[in-house]
Write a protein that binds this ligand. Structure first.
Ligand code: NAD
Length: 286
């Protein structure tokens, strides 16, 4: 495979997301006919607006795919114990196949600790620390959907990874680390940058494949990229006018790189589609 020289708009995720959803829908139809209607449960303990928007978009996509999506609304004052009790009950419920713990969580409630209460077999967003551990050990596990979406986009656009330098900006447990792990599994040479990295541009300029997952508007500019680099923009940053932009200053890098994913319309739709795919996979394994 070679790196194609492509225009910005060609690294879109919408067509790929449609295909993944169509496959998940036909699996959901089969499962339902066989008496196992797939069900995804989303535990929500926040009144954050962008989180509510995200949850609604998952519920809409699930409904269109023939997957039942159950929202478990615990409210922004929920305690860690209430959230854990809910996750434990859903893990034991044979009719629930996938479980997502939505963020943000109430102040003082730690995500990783609670996510450990999600049955790994139902952990469709790879939130349980066991899932990341298994991923790191090359054992079967659900990868966080966003990290899986990055790899799915790279594969879709036939971007070679073996032996190439991939730079991941961001080291969160939910996005940066698992993305780096998946790239490593594919034989890329991986560098991970974060907020303490000195001279970010000096490192990102050496990337064949640059993944930005920092959540900082305009972080990646022309000064941060090599010619022919492929950029996957994971960042989703709300703007004052109600829009959404990524981390990459697209106007600045356009024409200098091989390709960059748009925001919105890049990683986001693929992430949602993969959550649904993981849910039908979990239902099939029962
Ligand atoms: P996070 O805040 O937990 O982590 C951000 C990471 O970026 C940290 O590791 C931090 O060290 C690093 N960082 C911050 N500023 C930096 C800088 N100036 N230079 C270098 N590194 C810097 O966020 P997260 O949950 O990992 O999410 C990252 C972004 O991805 C956010 O914009 C989030 O909204 C988005 N996101 C998108 C999807 C999707 O499906 N598209 C899914 C999840 C998260």
């Amino acid at each position: 495979m070679t790196t194609p020289r492509v225009h910005t708009s060609e690294l879109r995720g919408t067509a790929l997301a449609n295909e993944i959803r169509a496959r998940a829908a036909s699996a959901a139809t089969e499962l339902t006919a066989a008496g196992t209607p797939p069900q995804l449960a989303v535990v929500v303990a926040t009144d954050d607006g962008s989180s509510a928007w995200y949850v609604r978009s998952i519920a809409r996509a699930a409904a269109k795919t023939g997957i039942q999506c159950t929202l478990v609304e615990l409210g922004p004052k929920a305690t860690a114990e209430q959230i854990r009790t809910s996750l434990t009950a859903l893990s034991a419920d044979p009719e629930v196949h996938g479980i997502i713990l939505q963020t943000p969580l109430p102040d003082g409630v730690a995500f990783d600790d609670l996510a450990a209460a999600i049955d790994p077999a139902k952990d469709v967003d790879g939130a349980n620390p066991l899932s990341l551990g298994r991923l790191t050990a090359n054992l079967p596990a659900f990868a966080p959907a966003t990290a899986a979406a990055v790899l799915a986009l790279l594969d879709r656009h036939e971007i070679e990874l073996a032996g190439r330098h991939a730079v991941v900006v961001g080291r969160s447990t939910v996005v940066g680390k698992p993305t780096a792990q998946l790239l490593l599994q594919r034989d890329a040479t991986v560098s991970i940058c974060h907020r303490h990295t000195k001279d970010l541009a000096e490192i990102t300029r050496r990337a064949d494949v640059l993944i930005s997952a920092a959540g900082r508007i305009g972080l990646i500019t022309a000064a941060h990229v090599a010619p022919e680099a492929v950029i996957i923009d994971v960042g989703t940053n709300p703007t004052d006018d109600g829009g959404l932009v990524g981390d990459v200053d697209t106007a600045s890098v356009q024409g200098r790189v091989a390709g960059v994913t748009p925001v919105p319309g890049g990683v986001g739709p693929v992430t949602t589609a993969l959550l649904l795919q993981h849910t039908v996979q979990a239902a099939r394994r029962r």
